[in-house]
Write a protein that binds this ligand. Sequence first.
Ligand code: AMP
Length: 110
Amino acid sequence: MKDCIFCKIVEKEIPTEILLENEFFIAFNDINPKAQIHVLIIPKKHFQDISDIEGNILGELPEFLKELSRKLGVEDSGYRLITNKGKDAGQIIFHLHFHLLAGNDLGDLI
Ligand code: AMP
């Protein structure tokens, strides 16, 4: 979608180190990390947020997560997955994304 910064990352118009990519998703480091490991996972197709999804893209997520967590070395130690929708959740980029947070500094908010 025009003017969407994450679509530009998908299209490689904004150079970004891609940690993992498949047919459906790409993963890259968050520019402003909130944990030792803070990776964003985004669908290549533009959806505004989690409630905007059409089709079965979420069904493709577990396989991607397995490979990504293996690559990051957190498959066994674990991670937290967060997605924000809307103002109160603090969503600032309106292209669906999942924050994968890992490391020993996650706290116990959730
Ligand atoms: P959210 O509040 O869920 O919309 O979070 C958007 C996230 O995208 C924030 O954690 C930002 O630090 C991150 N972000 C914004 N622009 C970029 C970028 N060009 N590359 C990597 N992460 C970004």
